[in-house]
Design a protein around this ligand. Sequence first.
Ligand code: GLY
Ligand code: MN
Ligand code: MN
Length: 467
Amino acid sequence: MNEESAENTNESRAARPKSEAFKEFIAQQWADPEDVHTTAIAAASFAADRRARLSEQFPGERIVIPAGDLKVRANDTDYRFRPLSDFSYLTGLGGDHEPGAVLVMEPREVPPSRPGATARHVHDATLYVIPPAGRDNEGFYADPRSGEFWIGRRPGPAEFEAMTGIETKPLKELPGGIRLSRHPLRKVGTALSMMRMVKDEYEIQQMRDAVAATIAGFERVVAELPRAIAHKRGERVIEATFDGHAREEGNAVGYETIAASGPHATTLHWIRNDGQVHEGDLLLLDAGVEVESLYTADITRTLPISGQFTEVQRRVYDVVLEAADAGFAVARPGAKFRDVHDAAMAVIERRLGEWGIVPDHEDPEAKLYRRWMVHSTSHHLGLDVHDCAQAKRDLYMDGLLEPGMVFTIEPGLYFKPDDLAVPVELRGIGVRIEDDVLVTADGVENLSAGLPRDADAVEAWMARLRH
Ligand code: GLY
Ligand code: MN
Ligand code: MN
């Protein structure tokens, strides 16, 4: 199905009449549209607070936050729309109904209330949206990107205003001279990354929901393992099971699912997922449900496909678990973000040293053991899987942990099948264990503790789900 246009040369498609009589008829006899969205969304008051905190940091400066536009997948087909995360953060809007929208925070000076007092700087927020085409507008049935006939009904300005509490106007009223880029100004982006590092109460609940939905997805995958083993592309069975679950229970997956069986687990972002799933191998599943508010989990478990680890698989698994536990042990308010990584890596260094696979080197900074874990142990998590990425390095890696932060702890070991530096028995084994943690007043809470972590518990859990 695609749009009929005057230039269209494909005669086999149904033609849309061009007659005036048709245009008149299709514009008439529709019931009056009713507003569907008449109340504030749950995030509205939190988003208002976030805007106020952003406003304080940019007195006298206009702040422009675009929702982003539809993106072409191929030819005349778009990807499903997802607003940019900063837009969602400041409006509270998730969903897919605001392509092209722009949030503008216009600075205003409030004169001093009495002589001698100083003026206050505030911002007035306005949301500019593409309004739905009226029934008397050809776009109603002729515009496949915004017409109700093609994409369904979109909220109008009054509904956006009711949902967000932000004054909302048609996009064509956007003041001239506002330069739209995909991302807000760099310094605004940096400020938002810093703000987004500490989650508010609403966000923490969204993260809990995302983790719960993800855990349920992992359970569905384990129940489907027999079908995956029997299938010629078992990794796709796993991906489809998880991704289908994410669509059923949330908005989508928060990133492409990594369903990596056997040696594929040694490719960090294996998303091709076209391999077979064999009984004696490990399955590394790294997946997250993005809930309707667009917050995502990011969890990895490495599972023995047969239900039981072999001795060598368990040996690797136990080192990764010990590294993860070491990361958990140092994570608390006041610790540096990078301390978590350092604690996990110290375990990897020590254990691989004991195994005798790390060559001696006079420079301790050579860190040759990093050959088997080239990624870092943690990243912030929230609206984006790699959240807060525009934060300054000194405030991210060297920043101090604070209550309300949510981040991953995800050490791994990856022995590639062609790695001649390790014994044959290790080659082709990849293990990652990834949990999502919330910094509390005096430590951390493992949000993903509902999924078993230690090898015995993983085996028992799999046995339960498969019978
Ligand atoms: N799933 C990507 C990551 O763990 O960072
Ligand atoms: Mn991660
Ligand atoms: Mn991950």
